[in-house]
Design a protein around this ligand. Structure first.
Ligand SMILES: Cc1cc2nc3c(=O)[nH]c(=O)nc-3n(C[C@H](O)[C@H](O)[C@H](O)COP(=O)(O)OP(=O)(O)OC[C@H]3O[C@@H](n4cnc5c(N)ncnc54)[C@H](O)[C@@H]3O)c2cc1C
Length: 468
């Protein structure tokens, strides 16, 4: 594998697959590497029971190919994680991407040679490869897991962001789940009936709205497929492609929709947040549970649920409020709390939010001009380029909007298209390098603003980048 390439893509998730396809379509020699054993990115890693999209599948698609949308049909309004993973496998197969993807291979270092305008990329298997460009489609580090010293625990520890694809058998076991964010909301009701006993060690709660998840047959699929052209035009400018105005409706109507519409455009206003809190309190019908599971703040993160709150009504499910009674010691057989209470468990699940931490590229030894380390260059231009790092493009850095504010297939596809165009324009101009020069540091207001600013950059001839 010592051959020369035009582009090394790191990552084979939503961003990496689109980037590989689009750059290859431009006649470039491209190879993608992923540390995972299959394509799919975070959907491959976060294979815990209950993992699911909170975005409607109809919006969670690429719009660069109508064939892909026509030939793939979601089976539900909000598809399960394994179905999203199957979709990304379908994309890789249908676009014949696998011949240029090296799986099970982390990239550990990349260094730019200024004289030759080439990147040398090193993998964890000791191979090196050269390329003109590196496109980091590395996503965000999930986070944060509970910082507990777990060496003394004799049971099994599993992270939701490293859940083995062949599901871990939780049947008949005493399971502790640490954390009360979105992964816990999805996991708890899914496993509660299976475990011998389930204990949720809760921290900050999230606002939950019951997911209205209808099954999709050919009629529903035809309905969203027939809107392909409209969605392709609206998705880059709105959260989900035209439905953003629903946020202005009455809370009861929005709540009954069972989607994220209550949160479109940002955190909900006080009336909406209050409505959701009251609904959660009514569902729990127990002030002690509500004190732990209902958020106090209007701007708490939100998640869609399917029986999360009701699971705590079961005799074999225990709720622990770690804010009131923190972990004092990890014992071989479970967790001991400050109050002296001991919760015996066989399996401890550490929950981690997908896309919550810093860019995963921060874990790679990336060296730009003068051997400068990427870790010392926190600024990006539109999350696409980093000053001092010519011919390096990134896709998961701020200020690009995250999944809490946008549909990630839209954002990542837009970034892949922008990068593809930037390389094409550079080649057409006879240049060999493109380098971000100055970050304006301005905050981005949602996906529409982000896309508009990226498009303005291209239209103006890349004023925030230097070409050489
Ligand atoms: C349970 C769950 C629910 C979600 N719900 C939604 C939702 O409702 N709506 C939404 O828009 N998004 C949602 N997301 C977010 C989801 O992560 C994004 O939609 C999208 O998949 C991110 O794609 P990506 O390609 O940018 O990054 P990732 O999917 O994280 O892919 C990055 C890839 O890069 C690889 N990689 C990283 N570093 C290296 C390295 N050094 N060497 C080699 N390979 C490397 C990783 O192995 C990974 O496969 C959800 C995610 C999960 C897990």
């Amino acid at each position: 594998m010592g051959d020369e390439l035009d582009v090394v893509v790191i990552g084979a998730g939503v961003a990496g697959l689109a980037t590989l396809h689009l750059l290859r379509g431009q006649g470039l020699r491209v190879r993608a590497y992923d540390a995972a054993d299959d394509v799919g990115g975070s959907w491959w890693w976060h294979g815990y029971p209950g993992s699911r999209l909170d975005t409607e599948g109809a919006s969670y698609q690429y719009s660069f190919s109508e064939d892909l949308v026509r030939d793939w049909g979601w089976s539900e309004r909000f598809p399960a994680g394994y179905e999203v993973l199957r979709w990304l496998r379908f994309v890789a197969d249908r676009l014949d991407l696998r011949r240029d993807i090296v799986l099970g291979t982390p990239v550990v270092a990349a260094a730019f040679d200024e004289e030759r305008a080439r990147w040398t990329v090193r993998t964890g298997h000791g191979e090196t490869v050269e390329a003109r460009f590196v496109v980091a489609c590395t996503g965000l580090i999930p986070g944060p897991a509970e910082a507990l010293e777990l060496d003394g625990f004799a049971g099994t520890v599993v992270r939701t962001s490293r859940w083995p694809e062949k599901s871990l058998d939780l049947g008949g076991r005493r399971v502790g789940v640490l954390g009360s964010g979105t992964p816990a909301v999805q996991l708890v009701p899914r496993i509660a009936a299976e475990t011998a006993h389930l204990t949720l060690f809760a921290r900050e709660p999230v606002a939950v709205v019951p997911r209205v998840n209808t099954m999709y047959g050919w009629q529903e699929r035809d309905a969203y497929r027939s809107r392909f052209a409209e969605r392709r035009a609206t998705l880059p400018h709105t959260v989900t492609g035209g439905e953003d105005g629903h946020r202005a409706g009455d809370p009861a109507g929005l709540y009954a929709d069972g989607s994220r519409r209550l949160w479109f455009g940002g955190p909900p206003d006080a009336a909406v947040a209050g409505y959701v809190r009251a609904a959660m309190t009514a569902r729990l019908d127990d002030p002690a549970l509500a004190a732990v599971l209902v958020p106090a703040d209007d701007d708490a993160p939100m998640a869609l649920d399917a029986g999360y709150l009701e699971a705590f009504g079961r005799a074999d499910v225990t709720l622990v409020d770690l804010r009131a009674d923190p972990v004092a010691a990890v014992r071989a057989g479970g967790l001991e709390l400050a109050s002296g209470a001991v919760h015996e468990i066989d399996v401890l699940v550490l929950t981690e939010e997908p896309d919550a931490g810093p860019p995963a590229l921060a874990d790679v030894d990336v060296r730009g001009r003068d051997g400068r380390a990427l870790a010392d260059a926190p600024e990006t231009v539109l999350g696409l380029g980093v000053p001092g790092f010519p011919n390096l493009f990134t896709t998961a850095a701020a200020p690009a909007p995250t999944s809490a504010r946008a549909v990630m297939t839209t954002v990542r596809q837009h970034q892949a298209e922008w990068i593809t165009r930037a390389i094409r324009d550079l080649d057409a101009a006879g240049g060999s390098t493109i380098e971000a020069v100055a970050a304006d540091g301005a905050a981005v207001d949602g996906v529409g603003d982000y896309v508009a600013r990226c498009e303005a950059e291209t239209a103006a001839g890349y004023p925030s980048f230097r070409r050489g």
